[in-house]
Design a protein around this ligand. Sequence first.
Ligand SMILES: [Mg+2]
Length: 128
Amino acid sequence: MIKVLIVDDNKFITHAMRNILEEMDFNVVGVAHDGLQGIERFMEFWPDITLLDITMPNMDGLECLGKIMEMNSTARVVMLSAVQDKHTIRNCLASGAAGFLQKPIRKGNAEDLGRLSRALEHAAGKTV
Ligand SMILES: [Mg+2]
């Protein structure tokens, strides 16, 4: 089973994403609510895929992404954010993100779930 870490300061989102991912047969190994905690959980669980929000307190997703890629340059990190700014999206991809998912991902919305599953499949298949 593919191990996934979810990092988002919004607890409703981490809760919903955990449910959605578990229904898709992913193994959600951990949840974190800011970038600092995200790094701690990453080191603890060494997930196959990290789903990472951008706007968070203490340490934002872009900084967290940088630290994760420093620890493991083959880490697969998919950004999950409401941010639409092309510069930020490009920055994430240039910093090593395996994908960028636009929020929201709504449970029961086929299009959203399709986007999610394509992004995760792509990240899981990313060559190391
Ligand atoms: Mg946020």
